[in-house]
Design a protein around this ligand. Structure first.
Ligand code: HT7
Ligand code: ZN
Length: 872
């Protein structure tokens, strides 16, 4: 199979000067006429062929400078169009193709969702619309004319500003859109449909008025207001924080039901998965509102980090994605609570990215080869990419980082560029050398930092030794030391910060250790008594830490650290260790449990802490997180049992108190998605989870909450908890929810997700039945992902069943989905990355299922690529 290498990058011999597209949309088919003005780049040898990309296209006609081309002048097939000897000057190439959007189940290129014509072009979908140089370093201004039946598509949208619209005879009408900003084809978008909308406006910092609109299925308009509010706040934030102003006269968002991803940042015309637009209290949870706010912001921020400055090639994907995730995380931190957001993001990193980085699918944030680019829209590119940008901000400080960003926008606006160019602006703006720091982009694997310390009372010195290593990852046996920023503090016995008179042995700048070697030993002088070190404050680097801190010191940090992230982390580390030990047969002592329980209670009772933070602090680490901590020969049943035992031991003696707290948090105020209310709900639902897992009092509370809930957050939480711990009422609750909510697809998804979490032995059988039901919408990515995603990623007990039935269920489902939508299929398959940490019998069953899948005929490149890496 063909592998593409970064080292082979070369600019194309020809460039596209401008693109004029004419779409004639009809019920049966869509005709696309493209007029591309093309010219050779300086230095191109006359006679060099021009190779345009295509994917499942059939050429209807072709002309050059207005005259039909002779057959010998070109070759064409489904995958491309080659002009054998183009003229050595500027020329206009005109092609025509016919598309069948109705039959496009891959949802790449032009397709139909609920009757609406829409597009998805990133990364390589434009070549499914017309023959083109479909790569991100080809930037051109686009003009789009579209004609469609007025009755089917009264709304006609494309990128940029509307130039004209009008009648086109009979039932037809047309619109012409022009996008003056040169862009790569992956940012192209078009929408034609019968849609409702809400409108608003935003006045920019220079006083320009931007017309905003969100388009959606009729009847859903009322559910778009939170998205609109999020958009306006995002626009204001990017001006305040980064000085970035919006550039077109209009900004449109369209919500569609069939979508391969969350959303897409097409210039001036963002297209969204409707689950990230629609929200009302009866059907959306607090987490849904949070997700909408984040993704609306993310796509909007791409206008500068991604669109105005784009990627030279797809190896540079994290140039736009890592940076834009960093920006959306910062936005949410500023809008809500910074520590709560940080904990949320780190939890996500640890549950999703660390497993990717430590398994068969590991790759650097900037990979150097790929077979299928769609398989590289990963948590490593996105979330680890964001961590790398965050470390840069930590190293340079807020002002230094902003100086670098300003230079980035100034120097590279209108360009397709690279990670090297990105690092260079920070070097130039701050007069620093980031060569070693840059290794974060090219080296895969989560660094492991081992910490040991000692104290010498006689000399009043404290010694801290840090050692870093990265295990080999596929294709990268040797690893280099990274520059790891360690934000830290020393805490004295009374819980207050400790200063020092001197430090030697390494580079320490205020509260930041610049840890850049395999190992470093720092000696602090003037330390009057043994401190407890608080390291990696705010999770200052994406690393795993092992240390010689015992439970007592961890719980001391949980109480006294001035850094809220580390308070949370200390509790997580302490409980992970206890569960992991118990799963491996080494049971805890009563005093360990008593101390942990007391620390949790103290956190709950602390009036100075935010309820949202408390909810995170009392959460017991998920079984998958504990399994990762154990790291090898994992028996998922033993982990689940140990986790349940810990919760029972913790909760048992204080169940009444916890129930009282749970009850005290109930509220009759009208629902609002604001962070304050959402935090109180998450604390109350966290307590419910503890009570259901750890005491008999819980199950009836969950049933009562389910029945009496006044909003979807509480209703869904009660159902999910009942299903997860499989209470006596779980099945009845799931049945009830399905009956009530089957009519709303996005709420049906919640039922699918809760159903997939059930730990009982019949879950696979039930899931098979759900998928086989004749009315199951088996081409819709949201439905498939809602059922299968949570099963492979978090129902370890049933996915990794001893008899292999969970593995086989998934590989069989993947084989079927692959025929419809390879992107969805390959993503579900990545759940098998867990195999290396499982005990051998389960691992073998998993590999058997994968091998049987590999034996099937006609697998997509997407699935074959993941399979080969999993089985390597
Ligand atoms: N830039 C987008 C990534 C993307 C995508 C979006 C929709 C459908 C398929 C897609 N493949 C890749 C989304 C983002 O990161 O903002
Ligand atoms: Zn993005």
């Amino acid at each position: 199979e063909h592998t593409i290498y970064l080292k082979d990058y070369a600019p194309t011999p020809y460039r596209i000067v401008s693109a004029d597209l004419d779409f004639r949309i009809r019920e049966e088919a869509t005709r696309v006429r493209a007029q591309l003005t093309i010219e050779p780049r300086p230095g191109t040898e006359p006679g060099t062929p021009l190779v345009l990309d295509g994917d499942e296209l059939k050429l209807d006609s072709i002309a050059m400078d207005g005259a039909p081309m002779v057959l010998s002048a070109y070759t064409s097939d489904a995958n491309g169009l080659t002009l054998v000897e183009p003229p050595p000057r500027r020329f206009v190439l005109e092609t025509e193709v016919t598309l069948k959007p109705e039959a496009n189940t891959r949802l790449m290129g032009l397709y139909r969702s609920g009757g609406t014509w829409c597009t998805q072009c990133e990364p390589e979908g434009f070549r499914r619309i017309t023959y083109y140089l479909d790569r991100p370093d080809i930037l051109a201004p686009f003009k789009v004319r579209m004609t469609a039946p007025r009755s089917l598509a009264p709304i006609l949208l494309a990128n940029g500003n509307l130039l004209e619209q009008g009648d086109a005879g009979e039932d037809m009408h047309y619109a012409v859109w022009e996008d003056p900003f040169p862009k790569p084809a992956y940012l192209f978008a078009l929408v034609a449909g019968d849609l409702g909308s809400i409108t608003d406006s935003f006045t920019t910092m220079s006083g320009r008025e931007i017309a905003l609109a969100i388009y959606c299925a009729h009847g859903k308009e009322d559910e778009c207001h939170y998205a609109m509010d999020s958009l306006k706040r995002s626009m204001a934030w990017d001006e305040r924080r980064f000085g970035r102003e919006y550039d077109l006269d209009v900004f449109n968002i369209v919500a569609v039901s069939d979508f391969n991803f969350g959303a897409m940042e097409n210039k001036g015309l963002n297209i969204f998965n409707d689950r990230l637009v629609f929200a009302k209290p009866e059907t959306a949870t607090d987490a849904n509102y949070h997700g909408i706010e984040r993704v609306i912001a993310h796509e909007y921020f791409h206008n500068w980090t991604g669109n105005r400055i784009t990627c030279r090639d797809w190896f540079q994907l994290c140039l736009k994605e890592g940076l834009t995730v960093y920006r959306d995380q910062e936005f949410t931190s500023d809008e809500r609570s910074r520590p709560v957001q940080r904990i949320h993001d780190v939890q996500n990193l640890r549950t999703n990215q660390f497993p990717e980085d430590g398994g068969p699918l590991a790759h650097p944030p900037r990979p150097d080869n790929y077979r299928e680019i769609n398989n590289f829209y990963t948590t490593t590119v996105y979330e680890k990419g964001a961590e790398v940008v965050r470390m840069l901000a930590t190293l340079l400080g807020e002002a230094g980082f902003r100086k670098g960003m300003d230079l980035y926008f100034e120097r590279h606006d209108g360009e397709a560029t690279t990670i090297e160019a990105f690092l260079k602006v920070f070097e130039d703006a701050n007069g620093v050398d980031l060569a070693q720091f840059g290794i974060w982009y090219t080296q895969a694997g989560t660094p492991q930092v081992d910490v040991t310390d000692s104290y010498d009372a006689a000399s009043q010195t404290y010694t801290l030794t840090l050692a870093q290593k990265v295990d080999p990852t596929p294709g990268q046996a040797e690893k280099q030391p990274l520059l790891i920023p360690v934000r830290f503090g020393l805490i004295g016995p009374n819980g207050s910060p400790m200063g020092w008179t001197g430090v030697s042995g390494g580079e320490v700048r205020d509260d930041l250790i610049l840890f850049d070697r395999a190992s470093v030993t720092l000696t602090f002088t003037g330390i009057a008594s043994r401190p407890v070190p608080s390291l990696f404050r705010g999770f200052s680097a994406p690393v795993k830490v092992t240390s010689n801190l015992g439970q007592e010191q961890l719980l001391f940090l949980a109480r006294h650290d001035s850094d809220p992230f580390n308070r949370w982390d200390a509790l997580q580390t302490a409980s992970t260790a206890l569960i992991a030990d118990a799963a491996r047969g080494k049971d805890w002592s009563g005093t360990d449990i008593d101390a942990l329980r007391q620390a949790l209670l103290d956190t709950l009772d602390d009036p100075g802490l935010d309820p949202a933070f408390k909810a995170q602090a009392i959460a017991i680490p998920a079984a998958t997180v504990v399994a990762r901590h154990i790291g090898h020969d994992v028996d998922p049943d033993a982990v689940a049992a140990a986790r349940k035992r810990l919760m029972t031991a913790m909760v048992g003696p204080v169940a009444e108190r916890l129930e009282a707290k749970y009850r005290a948090l109930s509220s009759s105020e009208p629902y609002s998605p604001d962070a304050g209310q959402a935090g109180r709900r998450s604390l109350r639902n966290g307590l419910l989870g503890l009570l259901v897992a750890g005491s008999d009092r819980g199950a009836p509370l969950a049933t009562a909450q389910y029945t009496g809930a006044a909003n979807m957050t509480d209703r869904y939480a009660a159902m999910a908890i009942a299903a997860h711990y499989w209470t006596g009422d779980a099945q009845a609750i799931l049945g009830d929810f399905r009956t009530i909510h089957a009519g709303d697809p996005l709420v049906f998804d919640k039922w699918l997700t809760a159903s997939a979490q059930a730990p009982d032995d019949r879950v696979v059988e039930r899931m098979r039945a759900i998928l086989a039901a004749p009315d199951f919408p088996r081409t819709n990515p949201n439905r498939l992902r809602s059922l299968l995603g949570p099963f492979v990623m978090s129902n370890m007990v049933q996915f990794a069943r001893k008899d292999g039935a969970g593995f086989r269920f998934i590989t069989e489902a993947v084989a079927e989905i692959d025929r419809v939508n390879p992107q969805v299929a390959s993503r579900i398959l990545t759940g098998f990355r867990i195999l290396p940490i499982l005990e051998p019998a389960r691992r073998d069953k998993g590999r058997e299922a994968l091998a049987a899948l590999r034996d099937r005929e006609g697998l997509s490149r997407n699935v074959a690529d993941i399979l080969d890496r999993l089985l390597a």
